[in-house]
Write a protein that binds this ligand. Structure first.
Ligand SMILES: *Cc1c(COP(=O)(O)O)cnc(C)c1O
Length: 466
């Protein structure tokens, strides 16, 4: 019986022949043969162990095709973010607008002026596309852009403080996302960290008494992802400016987020504005391109020309250079900032931060009204619910945004639904709060509604596509 079944297993050549044509186009024989061998082996083992008592040739072909499909599946794909965390580092940080992607697309599918000067017909400089604009917007004298803010920090330290001491307050030795720690970056850039003050209090005299001939830089780090509360004091940048100028030592601040639009009317008051920091007289600033700035992964370095010019000559710059896609997105995003209100209306990150709870509530009502019938067919009950959203991305850690979303109730357990939502073809990331399965609509847009409903139906059907 088993031997009969084993003899029934088709030959490699026959399977190769019978494979649907589009797989023959898509996969080289090497991959197809390897896959067929693997599936045939599995069948042999299952026949011998009695797990398979009968089969058709088509069963084998189906397995082969499933295996091939899996090989070219993407794990890097879009998701629906129901967490309400606007800058979600695991979910790609800043969202880029359709308009910007459309504008950038022809530059990517064609040749472009990345390093070409059309005036002279000679080699151009990639950093120049953005330098004048960021200077006009922030008041800086000069600017440079690199791969990310971590690279910007490395480059500034390595250029201005290699084999020299950098004075930093103990209250500002931040770690961001587990892999970026100020003391470690300092080591990697060959500069020597000099910690001053204590965790909760640092005074101007702490900086002053640590300055001597080996001091290369005074550094401030914006404590983006935490805040020390209670009995605290830190030295404001403007006081440090005087100290730095007096001692002829450059002052550098790692701002982290790069906020350019004043969001204090919306209740965000803890994040320094880039242009204010320049106006205070800080010599060099760096910040991310894909946090509150709302662009692509990048790191801006802006400030006084004498220092930026030195940084531009550092050999490491080549290793940290920004690629054309990110640069194009940053450039197009930057253009929005010539009008703060325009930026707030068109940059998705800012839009999601300033949207009112009422507007989110209206979005939820629209969703419920449109899909109530369909959802009740699947015995899903959804209700509007007040939520608390977050800025994320290590920015404004204490800011709690009153928001709105839906709570999902069904006979299946919340955990099961949550897991199934994640397995939908457009994975849906939800949160469980107070025994409720919640999707926050601050981070969900109307063009995701259809997928959201299909995902909910899929999740309660046990993770199977209808
Ligand atoms: C986020 C952050 C960084 C790292 O920036 P990336 O763009 O993620 O490399 C560095 N410093 C501070 C203060 C930050 O908040």
């Amino acid at each position: 019986m088993k031997n009969n079944l084993l003899r029934k297993i088709p030959k490699m050549d026959n399977l190769l022949n019978d494979l649907p044509d589009h797989y023959k186009v898509r996969f080289d024989n090497i991959h197809v043969k390897k896959t067929i061998k693997k599936i045939l082996n599995q069948f042999r083992i299952q026949i011998q162990s009695g797990q398979i008592e009968t089969f058709e040739n088509s069963d084998i072909m189906n397995q082969i095709v499933i295996e091939l499909d899996k090989m070219i599946e993407f794990t890097f794909k879009r998701v629906i973010n129901g967490t309400g965390i606007v800058l979600h580092t695991n979910l790609g940080r800043a969202v880029i607008s359709d308009a910007i992607i459309e504008e950038v697309s022809p530059l990517m599918t064609h040749y472009n002026t990345l390093e070409y000067d059309v005036e002279t017909g000679r080699r151009g400089i990639r950093y120049q596309h953005i330098e004048e604009k960021i200077c006009a917007i922030t008041g800086a004298e000069a600017a440079l852009i690199v791969n990310n803010n971590a690279a910007a920090v490395m480059l500034v330290l390595n250029t201005l403080a290699q084999n020299k001491e950098v004075i930093v307050s103990r209250g500002e030795l931040v770690e961001i996302g587990g892999s970026f720690r100020v003391p470690d970056v300092m080591k990697a850039s060959n500069s020597k960290l000099v910690e001053v003050g204590t965790t909760n209090k640092t005074h101007l005299k702490d900086y002053a008494s640590s300055i001597h001939e080996d001091t290369g830089l005074l550094m401030k780090v914006h404590t983006s992802n935490y805040k020390i509360l209670g009995f605290t004091s830190s030295v404001d940048a403007s006081e440090l400016v005087e100290l730095a100028n007096h001692n002829k030592i450059p002052l550098y601040e790692d701002l982290g987020s790069g906020l350019i639009v004043d969001l204090s009317p919306y209740g965000f008051t803890d994040e320094p504005l880039v242009q204010d920091s320049i106006a205070k007289g800080i010599d060099i600033l760096s910040f991310s391109g894909d946090k509150l700035f709302g662009g692509a992964q990048a790191g801006f370095i802006i400030g006084k020309k004498i220092y930026i010019d030195q940084i531009k000559k550092n050999q490491l710059l080549r290793a940290f250079r920004i690629d054309k896609f990110s640069l194009a997105v940053i450039d197009r995003t930057l253009n929005h900032y010539f009008s703060p209100s325009y930026a707030m209306q068109h940059i998705p990150t800012l839009k999601m931060l300033v949207i009112s709870q009422q507007e989110i509530k209206d979005k939820v009502s629209e969703f419920i009204k449109t899909f109530e019938n369909r959802l009740s067919h699947s015995n899903i009950i959804i209700t509007g619910i007040e939520t608390i959203a977050e800025v994320g991305g290590g920015a404004l850690p204490l800011e709690r945004l009153t928001s709105y979303g839906i709570s999902i109730v069904h006979e299946k357990s919340l955990n099961t639904i949550q897991n199934n939502l994640r397995k939908f073809k457009v994975p849906i990331v939800s949160v469980i709060i107070n025994d409720q399965l919640v999707l926050d609509f601050r981070t969900i847009s109307e063009d995701e509604f259809d997928d959201l409903v299909s995902g909910l139906e899929y999740a309660v059907a046990g993770g199977h596509h209808a």
